[in-house]
Design a protein around this ligand. Structure first.
Ligand SMILES: Nc1ncnc2c1ncn2[C@@H]1O[C@H](COP(=O)(O)OP(=O)(O)O)[C@@H](O)[C@H]1O
Ligand SMILES: CC(=O)OP(=O)(O)O
Ligand SMILES: [Mg+2]
Length: 406
């Protein structure tokens, strides 16, 4: 079975193709991978395709994204990256969908009403849900009625109990859907299961915190495989300090900026989502690598941005720890979590009273899917390569199996 996965972000469209005869226990390599960076150049995007040992870069239009996605799919059947005779060989398409609202707690086939719900949720995920709709409509146009599945970032967090999923605001607002949804759920779920596998312990016995630190960043508290708390909220803006997002700030700042500085909601949205976080504080970059380099070269604002990032990460770790009332494993994942030894080191400092001890050497040895705590540590510290695309493909496989199309 050929499963195509589309993972649309605000600034990129990632995609991969899996060819499966059976469901493997470990993530297989996709046979084709593509990535469109819509902002690669001021006037055009850049498509990068990797397949059959070849890497190709092709400029694509950024003003008509559906055309760009068409170009990406053509590379499956044409040229040096060709891996299919025809696009009709694709049996099913899985989409990462960031916001599923209160409506969806599992993956679901994309019927017209599902598409309408994803559209209706655009105000709650303005940087993500429009891109998912583009991806779904591009597939409809190019592949006709191939089954499409939505796998929601919010689904894994539906188990969070009301004491942590509701805000202390007029209760009627909660009844209208203003509550914590949480995001990156596919990654949190995959990593918490993988942690149990690596530790060779039943997931039911584990209290785990997953730190998904990418461009967007969130923590989850997982008890016995069930999510009980997370740092992102009604939208992916709450919680940790991120690349370009502020994370949590006093809500009265927004009232002040509107009343005293005449900021419009649109302006606030752009400034808090795209011009804050590491980028806003350092004034240099949203990319943790660049901020660390500048800090090491003596740039004061980059040092401040880094210190704030760590402070907020540790505060939120404390909050997840309180929800779990204990901790067996702390997992680092996503771009920053998997690659930055200094972020892991600083995040793990000061928890001696918990018996949490990082092994410095292991931490600096580019660890993947491994334990980086000392033998004496009472809490295991793991680095896990997140496999959101594979988790989505697996959902597609299961959906196809149970719907009888396998
Ligand atoms: N070696 C590294 N050190 C620090 N940060 C890194 C490193 N490699 C990647 N990153 C960070 O990872 C981020 C991207 O993470 P990723 O999980 O791919 O994000 P997303 O899926 O949200 O786009 C980049 O912005 C970069 O800051
Ligand atoms: C929900 C979210 O923040 O996603 P990403 O990290 O991909 O931007
Ligand atoms: Mg990501």
């Amino acid at each position: 079975m050929k499963i195509l996965v589309l993972n649309a972000g605000s600034s990129s469209q990632k995609s991969c193709l899996y060819a499966l005869d059976s469901l493997p226990s470990h993530p297989p390599e996709p046979i084709w991978k593509a990535d469109i960076d819509w902002y690669a150049k001021p006037d055009s995007g850049l498509l990068t395709v990797k397949a059959r040992g070849v890497k190709q870069s092709i400029p694509v239009s950024a003003s008509d994204r559906i055309l760009g996605i068409e170009c990406m799919l053509k590379s499956l059947v044409e040229g040096e990256t060709r891996v299919l005779e025809s696009l009709a060989e694709i049996s099913i398409v899985g989409h990462r969908v960031v916001h599923g609202g209160i409506e969806y707690s599992t993956a679901i086939g994309i019927a017209p009403e599902v598409k309408e719900t994803i559209k209706a949720l655009i105000p709650l995920a303005p940087n993500h849900n429009p891109a998912h709709i583009e991806g779904i409509e591009a597939i409809e146009r190019i592949l006709g009625d191939v089954p499409q599945i939505a796998v929601f970032d919010t689904a894994f967090h539906r188990s969070i109990p009301p004491a942590s999923s509701l805000y202390p605001i007029p209760y009627e607002w909660a009844e209208q859907g203003i509550r914590r949804y949480g995001f990156h759920g596919t990654s949190h779920q995959y990593c918490s299961r993988q942690a149990a596998d690596i530790l060779d312990r039943p997931i039911e016995s584990l209290k785990t915190i997953v730190a998904h630190l990418g461009n967007g960043a969130s923590l989850s508290a997982v008890r016995g495989g069930v999510c009980i708390d997370t740092t992102m909220g009604f939208t992916p803006l709450e919680g940790l300090m991120m690349g370009t997002r502020s994370g949590s700030i006093d809500p009265a700042i927004l009232i002040y900026l509107q009343q005293e500085w005449a900021f419009t909601p649109e302006k606030l949205n752009t400034l808090l989502n795209k011009e804050s976080g590491l980028k806003g504080v350092s004034g240099i970059s949203a990319d943790m690598r660049t901020v660390i380099l500048a800090m090491q070269e003596g740039d004061e604002r980059s040092k401040l941005a880094f210190d704030m990032y760590i402070h907020r990460l540790k505060s939120c770790l404390g909050s997840m720890l309180a929800s779990l009332e204990g901790l067996d494993a702390l997992v680092f994942t996503a771009g920053v979590g998997e690659n930055s030894a200094i972020v892991r080191e600083r995040a793990c400092q000061g928890w001696d009273f918990l018996g949490l001890q990082l092994d410095k050497e292991k931490n600096e040895s580019h660890p993947v899917d491994t334990d980086i705590s000392t033998a004496e540590s009472k809490v295991r510290i793991l680095v896990i390569h997140t496999e959101e695309d594979w988790a989505i493909a697996r959902e597609c496989w299961q959906y196809a199996k149970f719907s009888g199309s396998l």
